[in-house]
Unconditional design. Structure first.
Length: 400
C-alpha cells in the first residue's frame, strides 16, 4: 500500500492546514482578479551545481522555479562531485544554504559516482538527503538494486529510479517509432524503460522499500505501475509535461526536442493521460534539465539530452489539460503541489503562488530566469501568468 492510497484525506488535511498570511491589499487583488495556489513542488530538477554552473546554478535555478510558481524542488545528483558521500553532499548543501531562493532538497546518489558498482555511503547520507537516486543512469544489476532497496528500507528512505536498460539503448537518441524510421534516426525502444520498472517493482515488493519511478513515458510503464499498486507495492511515479502534451509526431530536427526518455508515440501519450486521470501517475515533475546554447544547437543526434520546463509547466498544463477539460484545476494542483509533498514529506508552510489565469502569454525563452533556454514549446500560446511567489512568507518572485 502506498502512502498516497489515502490521497483524498491527505490532500484535504494539507489544504485545511494551508493558511497563507496575506496582506489586506493582496487579499483584495486576489479576490478581484487573481487565483492563489499552494506553492508548487517539483521532485525532479537539475540545477547543475556544483560542477556545471555554466548550464545552471542553484541561484538561477531557484529563481526560475519561483518564476514558475514553485517553492520546493528536489535536485538530482548528476553533479561534480556526485553527492555519494557526506563531504560531497555538504558541499552542495553549502551552496543551497547560501544561494537558494526557495526550498531545495538534494538527492544523494545510490551508488558511488553513479557507476552502479558499489553503494554510496547511504548510512551517512540519509540524514541530509531527501531520497536516493542515480538519476541520469539506471541501476543495471538486480543485485545492486536489491542491496540498495534493503539499505534504503532500513534507513526509512525512498529509492527514486531513472529506469533505463543500457543494453537496449543501441545508440538511440529519439523514440524508436515512426519519426525515427522516416528520418533515418536511431531509436530508443520503449522496452529500455519499462523492462527495468518491471524488475524494480518486483524488488520493491520483495524488500518492502518505498519506490518512486522518474519521468515515465511509455504505455507499458503505466500498466506495470498500475498493476503493482493493485498488488500492494509501495510505488509511486511521475511523468513530465512534455510527455502529456507532445508525442513523436511533434518532433522537429532541433535539439529543443531531445530529452531522455524521448517523446514517445500517440498511444503512449494517451496512456499517460489516462494514468494521471485514474491516479496511477501520482505527480507531474518537470525534469528541468538546462544546457548551454551550444550543447543544444547540434540537432537531434548530437545535442545533449534535456530541456528546461520549470517556468512554463503550469501554463502548459493549465492550457492543454484543464482548459481542454482533460482534468480539473483541483486535480492539477494535486499533481503539482500536494501529492509530491505527501509522498516526499515536504511541508507546505506559508508557501503560495498567485496567478492571473486569464492572461494570454507566448512562451518566450528570452524571458526565462533559467540559464537554459531550450524548450520545444517556444512560441506556444498559453494561458496563465505567475504574478507572485512567496516562500516561507517571503516574496521570491513578483510581477505585481
Amino acid at each position: 500500500m502506498t502512502r498516497l492510497d489515502n490521497r483524498t484525506n491527505k490532500v484535504a488535511e494539507m489544504l485545511a492546514d494551508f493558511h497563507p498570511e496575506l496582506s489586506p491589499s493582496l487579499t483584495g487583488i486576489i479576490a478581484d482578479k487573481y487565483v492563489l495556489f499552494p506553492g508548487f513542488c517539483d521532485v525532479h530538477v537539475h540545477f547543475r551545481e556544483p560542477g556545471f554552473s555554466y548550464k545552471e546554478t542553484i541561484k538561477s535555478g531557484s529563481l526560475a522555479a519561483a518564476h514558475g510558481g514553485y517553492t520546493a524542488v528536489c535536485t538530482m545528483p548528476n553533479l561534480n562531485p556526485v553527492p555519494d558521500s557526506m563531504e560531497h553532499l555538504e558541499a552542495q548543501q553549502a551552496i543551497i544554504d547560501s544561494d537558494a531562493a526557495i526550498h531545495i532538497y538534494p538527492y544523494a546518489a545510490i551508488t558511488v559516482a553513479q557507476q552502479g558498482e558499489q553503494l554510496a555511503d547511504m548510512d551517512a547520507l540519509a540524514g541530509g538527503a531527501i531520497a536516493f537516486s542515480d538519476d541520469g543512469r539506471g541501476v543495471q544489476t538486480e543485485e545492486m538494486m536489491r542491496e540498495a532497496m534493503l539499505k534504503a528500507k532500513s534507513l526509512g528512505k525512498m529509492i527514486v529510479a531513472h529506469c533505463e536498460v543500457n543494453d537496449l539503448l543501441r545508440g538511440g537518441y529519439i523514440h524508436d517509432g515512426v519519426y525515427a524510421k522516416a528520418h533515418g534516426h536511431r531509436g530508443i525502444c520503449s522496452e529500455s524503460e519499462w523492462k527495468q520498472i518491471e524488475r524494480d517493482v518486483r524488488l520493491a515488493k520483495e524488500t518492502g522499500c518505498a519506490y518512486h519511478v522518474c519521468h515515465i513515458s511509455t504505455k507499458e510503464s503505466v500498466d506495470i505501475i498500475r498493476r503493482a499498486k493493485a498488488d500492494g507495492v509501495d510505488v509511486t511515479c511521475e511523468t513530465a509535461p512534455h510527455y502529456l502534451i507532445f508525442d513523436e509526431n511533434d518532433l522537429q530536427e532541433d535539439g529543443r526536442f531531445k530529452m531522455n526518455p524521448p517523446l514517445r508515440g500517440t498511444e503512449d501519450k494517451l496512456a499517460l493521460i489516462e494514468g494521471i486521470k485514474d491516479g496511477t501517475i501520482d505527480m507531474i515533475a518537470t525534469d528541468h534539465a538546462p544546457h548551454s546554447a551550444e550543447e543544444k544547437s547540434k540537432g537531434l543526434e548530437k545535442s545533449a539530452f534535456g530541456i528546461v520546463g520549470i517556468e512554463s509547466s503550469f501554463q502548459l498544463l493549465y492550457t492543454e489539460l484543464v482548459l481542454r477539460d482533460v482534468i480539473s484545476l483541483d486535480k492539477l494542483i494535486e499533481l503539482l503541489a500536494i501529492n509530491p509533498r505527501i509522498r516526499f514529506d515536504i511541508p507546505l508552510g506559508n508557501d503560495y503562488t498567485v496567478w492571473d489565469l486569464k492572461s494570454e502569454e507566448t512562451i518566450n525563452p528570452d524571458e526565462f530566469l533559467s540559464q537554459g533556454k531550450a524548450t520545444p514549446f517556444e512560441g506556444k500560446k498559453v494561458f496563465g501568468k505567475c504574478m507572485l511567489t512567496v516562500c516561507d512568507g517571503k516574496e521570491v518572485y513578483s510581477a505585481l
